[in-house]
Design a binder for this molecule. Structure first.
Ligand SMILES: C[S@@+](CC[C@H](N)C(=O)[O-])C[C@H]1O[C@@H](n2cnc3c(N)ncnc32)[C@H](O)[C@@H]1O
Length: 262
């Protein structure tokens, strides 16, 4: 992982994403999506590492609703870590959640530290996916799982190109790979990929719902937060992503893979 300045969301991005996605989240679906992602692994009583933990929504639900023993959240961005600390304290789970800013690269944990690595909407920021999986594998205990949700490139079509170029205009540096490339990187770096779940249709519907809310009940608040230009840019961004999902340019899916026994 690299600590590229281009990987940081600006504070407007963060505000509007949380307003749309819900408290604690910078990705779609909230607590329910986390529940779907972890449904096939055991969280209760286990140590979980949440990489790219963002505003802390997943860390809170993993402890509160799924009874993780402890969640360690890492994020490259100190501002989101500060917000995550506030959320975790307000939720009364601070003793079971440790949040740390880190600059990418080697994970700051000993080998065999966790049963589960959770990572959502974050690997698409990474230049070195193989290195990320090697590190994740190293910190997992034997038989541990990596689980998450991610955006994948489905086709290099016009809808994908529009979405990708809008992200770059916003200073966000994404490295989308295909589902196949992702699974190959997993299996080449110590994991046995399990079943993949296609969430494209569901995410497309969620995005459509978010768009409607941005155009109606969230409009005034977003106008105050972002101004007219910011709101237009956010609408263009959300429509473009919807378009990429609906027109076969992007794929959103859940993944899980088990650390191979050596
Ligand atoms: C789309 S947000 C998702 C956050 C959270 N997982 C969620 O679902 O709400 C991506 C997060 O990854 C973080 N990030 C980007 N590059 C990173 C890296 N190299 N290492 C760790 N976190 C990173 C960003 O700061 C941001 O908080």
């Amino acid at each position: 992982m690299t600590d590229a300045a281009a990987n940081r969301y600006d504070s407007q991005n963060i505000k509007m994403m949380e307003l749309v996605y819900g408290k604690g989240y910078l990705s779609a679906g909230g607590d329910e999506e986390v529940a779907r992602i972890v449904s096939a692994v055991t969280i209760e009583g286990n140590d979980v590492l949440d990489i790219g933990c963002g505003l802390g929504g997943a860390a809170v639900t993993l402890v509160r609703d799924h009874r993780a023993r402890h969640v360690h959240g890492l994020d490259i961005d100190s501002r989101v870590i500060e917000r995550a600390v506030e959320l975790v304290e307000a939720a009364g789970v601070a003793e079971q959640v440790t949040l740390t800013q880190f600059g990418g690269g080697v994970l700051p944990y000993a080998d065999d530290s966790f049963e589960v690595v959770y990572v959502t909407a974050t690997t698409c920021h990474l230049e070195d996916l193989a290195g990320f999986f090697r590190e994740s594998c190293r910190v997992l205990r034997a038989g541990g799982w990596i689980v998450g949700g991610e955006w994948f490139k489905a086709a290099d079509n016009a809808a994908f190109k529009r979405w990708d170029s809008l992200l770059r205009q916003q200073g966000l540096n994404f490295h989308f790979v295909s589902r196949q490339q992702f699974e190959t990187a997993l299996s080449s770096n110590g994991f046995e990929p399990g079943s993949a779940i296609d969430r494209t249709q569901a995410t497309s519907e969620l995005t459509h719902g978010y768009l409607r809310r941005v155009e109606t009940d969230l409009r005034e608040e977003l106008l105050t937060t972002l101004g007219a230009e910011g709101l237009d840019s956010f609408l263009a961004w959300t429509r473009s992503r919807y378009d990429a999902l609906a027109n076969g340019g992007m794929y959103y899916g859940h993944f899980r893979a088990r650390k191979l026994a050596i």
